[in-house]
Design a protein around this ligand. Sequence first.
Ligand SMILES: NC(=O)c1ccc[n+]([C@@H]2O[C@H](COP(=O)([O-])OP(=O)(O)OC[C@H]3O[C@@H](n4cnc5c(N)ncnc54)[C@H](OP(=O)(O)O)[C@@H]3O)[C@@H](O)[C@H]2O)c1
Length: 268
Amino acid sequence: MENTKQKNQIALVTGAASGLGFELALLLAKDNYDLILADVDAEKLQKAKETITSEYASEVQLIIKDLSRNNIAEQIFQDLDGKPIDVLINNAGFGIFGSFIDTDWQREMDMLNLHVMTTTHLTKLVLKGMVERGSGKILNMSSLAAFQPGPLMSLYYASKAYILSFSEAIANELKGSGVTVTCLCPGQTKTCFQDVVSNGCKASDNKIKFNIGSAKEVAEYGYEAMLKGKVVAIPGNINKFLSKLPRFVSRNTATAIIRRIQEKNREG
Ligand SMILES: NC(=O)c1ccc[n+]([C@@H]2O[C@H](COP(=O)([O-])OP(=O)(O)OC[C@H]3O[C@@H](n4cnc5c(N)ncnc54)[C@H](OP(=O)(O)O)[C@@H]3O)[C@@H](O)[C@H]2O)c1
């Protein structure tokens, strides 16, 4: 008998094993997308799949890869085996705290590869099919860090500024193509991210936490913005205000304020 099940649309989410990526995957599953989830930790990703499939009927394929490796986007694209991607969420990322002179170069190269090269290359590879089909949505994960320099997290802030600039530029190029690009710029969000940045210090230990959002709320905000094709999405009024800081004070002052926040957050 002919299979009459209507084919679901397919979404590819990177960094989907936890935090914002996992919450975004849940929202996609709720909307009947089939999922391709990519992350580095097999056990965590399998758990994420089990949680999603216990609630929703989506088919879930896992890609377990370190997305900071050279040319990894090409390998992921080959793993897709020609499947059309309707939604691409470039979310995987991590932060590194410390003076540039002291931080570990290998880890920094990995972060830059992940945030800059993998995000850009995967977008390029997936975008071609989207444009040919005249439809598609891309959500790139940036940060409030994108709006000014960030002493003590200099490369993280710079890489998130790259993602914002890149996303805004291609969103403009793609006008009228049926493909939209949204750049989500969250402020502090309660996930494992802060633990990675601070090497053991929990997000809840941050001294400045008046604007910490939950992963669920931030993901919902970003997901809605992506569905609407909004180009830049900043969740929360305080974060919207903070993103405009360099308009109210000089860039030097904004940079000094960020340094003070970074220091304050990690005071003993
Ligand atoms: N939380 C915040 O305050 C905040 C604010 C603004 C922007 N963001 C951005 O939001 C995104 C998601 O972070 P999150 O807060 O949800 O943190 P998270 O809970 O740590 O999630 C990030 C996910 O990406 C995975 N990942 C990291 N490096 C990877 C690699 N090389 N290859 C494959 N997967 C990798 C992580 O796996 P492992 O845990 O196994 O390494 C984790 O599952 C990041 O791009 C981050 O920069 C976060």
